[in-house]
Design a protein around this ligand. Structure first.
Ligand SMILES: [Zn+2]
Ligand SMILES: [Zn+2]
Length: 298
C-alpha cells in the first residue's frame, strides 16, 4: 500500500466525526485509489499498485497493456466502461510478473485475445504452478518470439523482443500511430530495478536492449515505464532511458571491479552506494548487486 492509500484507509478506519468533517478527509475520501491520465489523444496510463498500465482507445474497442492485480484491474475496467461502452478488445502483457499479469483474470470473458512473448507465458505458468495459483491466471492465447503486429481500429500495434533483460520474456509494445511505447519493467525510472535471474534476466543484454530502443524509436516517442521512484514519472523520454542504461553500466563495472579485487559476495552485498550513481533510489540496491555478482561469476 502506498503512502497516499495508507492515509486514505487509516482515515476511513478511524472514521470519527471530527475526521469526517476535516477538509483533508473529505478530499481524500472523494479521491479514487487509482490515477488515470491521458498521455496522448487516444492513450492513457493507469497507476495504483504494481506495474503501470497503458490503455488505448480505438474504434474497435480498448487495448490494454498489463493489468496490475485483480482489484486494480477491476478499477480500470470500471473506469473504462464509464468512459465508453466500446468493448475491451485486446490485452497485452509486457512480461509475466504478478504486478503486470495478476489482474489478467479480471478480463476473463471480456477480451477477445491476450498476447505476450512466449517466455512470458512459460514463466507465468511456472510461477503459478509453483504457487498453486493456476486458477487465478488468465494466460496469453497468442504468443510471439521475435515480434508481433496487429491493426486495431485505425491503430497499428507492434511488439518487439530483443532478448533477455529484466526477465527472458520482456516485450516492448508500440502503439505506432500514437507513438507510445510501453517498456514494462525494461525501464525502472530512478528506482532500483528488480533483476529476475530466476526468470532468465541478463544485465549485459538489458543494456543492449536499451541501446536498440534508443535507435529504433524516434525523438517524439512517449515511453511508458513499468515503475518509477516518483509516481508522477511513469512516462518520459529518451534521456530517462539513457540515464537507466548508465545505471546498469555503472552497476556492472563496479561489481566487476569488486570481484577482480577479490571481494566476497557478502562484502559486495553490503555496499550502500554504487560509485557515480546519484539518481537511483529505493530500498532495492541489494537486488542489483546480487544479480550483477551472480551474472558476472556464473
Ligand atoms: Zn513490475
Ligand atoms: Zn517485472
Amino acid at each position: 500500500m502506498n503512502r497516499r492509500n495508507f492515509v486514505h484507509y487509516s482515515a476511513l478506519a478511524v472514521g470519527s466525526v471530527s475526521l469526517i468533517n476535516h477538509p483533508l478527509f473529505a478530499q481524500l475520501a472523494a479521491d479514487d485509489p487509482y490515477k488515470m491520465k491521458m498521455v496522448r489523444d487516444t492513450v492513457g496510463v493507469f497507476t495504483e499498485k504494481g506495474g503501470t498500465i497503458a490503455y488505448l482507445r480505438t474504434k474497435e474497442g480498448w487495448v490494454v497493456v498489463d493489468t496490475e492485480f485483480p482489484e486494480q484491474a477491476q478499477h480500470l475496467i470500471g473506469a473504462l466502461k464509464k468512459t465508453s461502452d466500446i468493448p475491451i478488445h485486446l490485452l497485452i502483457n509486457t512480461h509475466h510478473h504478478g504486478d503486470h499479469t495478476g489482474g489478467n483474470i479480471a478480463f476473463k470473458g471480456l477480451v477477445e485475445q491476450v498476447v505476450a512473448h512466449e517466455n512470458s507465458l512459460k514463466n507465468q505458468k511456472a510461477v503459478a504452478e509453483k504457487a498453486k495459483t493456476e486458477d487465478k491466471q488468465l494466460y496469453p492465447d497468442t504468443t510471439f518470439s521475435q515480434g508481433w503486429k496487429k491493426k486495431v481500429g485505425g491503430e497499428s500495434i507492434r511488439a518487439y523482443y530483443y532478448g533477455p533483460g529484466h526477465t527472458d520474456g520482456d516485450g516492448l509494445i508500440h502503439f505506432e500511430n500514437a507513438n507510445v511505447l510501453h517498456m514494462g519493467d525494461l525501464m525502472s525510472n530512478r528506482r532500483y530495478p528488480f533483476i529476475d535471474r530466476s526468470a532468465g534476466a541478463s544485465i549485459k543484454n538489458w543494456i543492449t536492449i536499451l541501446d536498440k530502443t534508443l535507435t529504433t524509436f524516434d525523438g517524439k516517442t512517449l515511453f511508458v515505464f513499468g515503475h518509477a521512484f516518483d509516481p508522477e514519472k511513469v512516462t518520459g523520454g529518451k534521456e530517462d532511458i539513457k540515464a537507466f542504461k548508465d545505471y546498469l553500466e555503472k552497476l556492472l563495472v563496479f561489481v566487476g571491479q569488486e570481484i577482480k579485487a577479490g571481494k566476497s559476495k557478502e562484502e559486495v552485498l553490503k555496499v550502500t552506494a554504487i560509485p557515480g550513481v546519484t539518481e537511483w533510489q529505493g530500498d532495492g540496491i541489494v537486488r542489483s548487486l546480487q544479480a550483477a555478482y551472480e551474472e558476472l561469476t556464473a
